[in-house]
Ligand binder design. Structure first.
Ligand code: OAD
Length: 241
């Protein structure tokens, strides 16, 4: 038996994912290359200060990451998480730190993208949102159609407050199962979600290539690739609805 747990139809299931779930789709994780992110230091491209200092560089970086999305597809790990939502329906919530949109593309509906989305930008002056596919990416600094302000990627940078935190605390307190997939567990506040669920007596399960630092909070840990482990685990967890 590779897992000792099984979901019941009324169980509230919460999943937290990070870059590791998209690694098998061909997207790089963040902490796998000496603190560099596509050859840039994080503070050069993923902070509000970096954007004020050098908006062209920040735009080039995010445009490149946005354009990369058309070359990747959801992998078996994403598909397995879609099957959990099919099983649990409204009792399922997927919280992701990823900005690649692959969970939505895979068909998951209840997805909270706490770090924003590469597919959106917003005006730094009037805050109007614009889908990336509607703005002219040939411009080095795209501007707002409404007020002429500078657009910026709709990404939560270091030092900014993640989206959806208001509803997430309720969701975490009520979880029966909390699954953590493909995240190093070092970026707050997401790193704290496991702690909150555990203290409210959820069953906690981790799937990760390396053992995360907070693995002592996990009731079960599966070491390996999410795309290889999740399909079989989900089959067992959801068996016999
Ligand atoms: P990290 O790059 O910190 O961690 C990815 C984790 O996934 C590591 O623990 C890897 O061992 C694991 N991993 C790699 N390949 C895997 C696979 N095939 N299956 C399962 N696990 C695998 O990424 P995150 O934890 O997502 O924030 O990083 C959190 C946040 O920090 C990101 O959202 C981003 C980043 O800087 C912002 O952009 C604000």
């Amino acid at each position: 038996m590779i897992t000792r747990f099984k979901f019941s139809p009324n169980d509230r299931i919460v999943v937290l994912t990070g870059a590791g779930i998209s690694a098998e789709s061909g997207l790089k994780t963040f902490r796998d290359s000496d603190g560099l992110w596509e050859n840039h230091r994080v503070e050069e491209v993923a902070t509000p200060e970096a954007y004020l200092r050098n908006p062209e560089l920040v735009w080039r970086f995010y445009k490149q990451r946005y354009l990369q999305l058309s070359e990747v597809e959801p992998n078996p790990g994403h598909k397995a998480l879609k099957q959990i939502e099919d099983f649990a329906g409204g009792n399922f919530t997927l919280i992701t730190q990823n900005v690649d949109g692959l969970h939505r593309r895979c068909g998951n509906k209840r997805v909270l993208e706490i770090h924003g989305s590469l597919e959106l930008s917003f005006c730094s002056k009037c805050l109007a949102k614009f889908p990336m596919n509607e703005i002219d990416l040939e411009q080095s600094l795209p501007r707002c159609d409404n007020c002429g302000g500078l657009l910026r990627p709709d990404i939560i940078w270091f030092g900014e407050i993640p989206y959806h935190l208001d509803i997430i605390s309720d969701i975490l307190c009520q979880a029966d199962f909390f699954l953590v997939v493909g995240t190093s567990g070092v970026v707050y506040p997401a790193a704290q979600f496991l702690h909150i669920c555990k203290s409210y007596n959820a069953i906690t399960i981790g799937i990760n290539l390396e053992e995360p630092k907070n693995s002592y909070l996990l009731d079960e840990f599966h070491q390996g690739k999410a795309g290889e482990l999740l399909p079989e685990l989900v089959r067992i967890w959801t068996r016999g609805k």
